[in-house]
Design a protein around this ligand. Structure first.
Ligand code: UDP
Length: 310
């Protein structure tokens, strides 16, 4: 079995490549290294079943040989990354998805889309089930990511319905772990870097906004299980253990033994107030649940950050 993983040198993409290699797949990793890094794939770069190509999937990609699955994970994914690359983010979600659906169709492969909880925007329904249509500002700063991902889901369903293609859509909620980029501006990497360098932890707004933070290995397990099903509708994956940003900052400060203080900075525009997946569908369909506690996941992530920060 041979899989193409776009964004394979990114945080989630590299974990996915590593897991699929371990499961016996041949992997073609495709990444333009805008937000991904060669260091992420270094641990398995020399594996006999691993091949990598530097390419922007917003441009068409033609590959020789059979392909059984195309897993489309390429996109800037943190708020500061998509603010830095707004047009590339729109393009990879729309044109990139179209190109990768075309590749999957030409090869008779299953297409697997990495979508996001951002399709729910700033949700007015809590927790968020897959049947909720969301509350997205189409012209705000997050729109380049949110709307591109919404379009990528529409593209995927259109190919499924029109061409009878095998497709999957996972809506990924906040995920963290080793290989998350230390400067991607998200809460976990910011707080960890700040705590380990004894600098103030920057909580945005009053810190009462919530997120539910899933450890990367649990997410990847859910993805592998979803790939093996025959289910085309979207499936939420993440954890339903919801914390406020104040609680997260405090937990990270305590676990890293830091003497940092917590300071408050302005809340970014359109920052969702609350986010927690309704995981009923994933639990039933995949016989899956997140297993790693926030504390256990943070301990592993702290070890990675200590190594990276020297
Ligand atoms: N956040 C924060 N301090 C930071 C970075 C982020 O308080 O240094 C907050 C941010 O405003 C948001 C939450 O943490 O409410 C999660 O932000 P993140 O960028 O991790 O991901 P998002 O879920 O917003 O895409």
């Amino acid at each position: 079995m041979r899989a193409v993983v776009t964004g394979g040198a990114g945080f989630l993409g590299s974990h996915l490549c590593e897991r699929l290699l371990a499961d016996g797949w041949q992997i073609v990793c495709v990444d333009n290294l805008v937000t991904g890094t060669a260091a992420n794939i270094a641990p398995f770069r020399h594996h006999k079943s691993f091949e990598s190509i530097q390419h922007n999937v917003s441009e068409p990609l033609y590959l020789d040989g059979p392909v059984d699955a195309v897993l489309h994970f390429a996109s800037p994914a943190s708020p500061i990354d998509y603010a830095d690359h707004p047009i590339a983010t729109l393009k990879v979600g729309t044109l990139g998805t179209h190109n990768m659906l075309g590749l999957a169709r030409a090869k008779g492969a299953t297409f697997f889309l990495a979508s996001t909880s951002e399709v729910y925007g700033d949700p007015t329904v809590h927790p968020q089930p897959e049947t909720y249509w969301g509350n997205v500002n189409p012209v705000g700063p997050r729109a380049v990511y949110d709307e591109a991902k919404r379009a990528s889901e529409a593209f995927t369903m259109a190919y499924h319905r029109t061409h009878g293609m095998k497709t999957r859509i996972v809506r990924i909620f906040n995920t963290y772990g080793p290989r998350i980029r230390i400067d991607d501006g998200r809460a976990v990497p910011n707080f960890l870097t700040q705590a380990l360098q004894n600098q103030p932890l920057t909580v945005y707004g009053d810190g009462s906004q919530t997120r539910s933070l899933c450890y990367v290995d649990d997410l990847i397990e859910g993805i592998v299980r979803l790939l093996a099903t025959d289910y085309a509708e979207p499936v939420n994956l993440g954890t339903d253990d919801e914390v406020t940003m104040i609680q997260l900052a405090t937990r990270i400060k305590d676990l890293s033994g830091s003497s940092s203080e917590i300071v408050f900075k302005p809340l970014p525009e359109d920052d969702p107030r609350q986010r927690r997946p309704d995981l009923t569908r994933a639990r039933k369909l995949l016989d899956w649940k997140p297993r790693t506690s926030l504390e256990a996941g943070l301990v592993k992530t702290i070890a990675y950050f200590r190594e990276r920060l020297g």
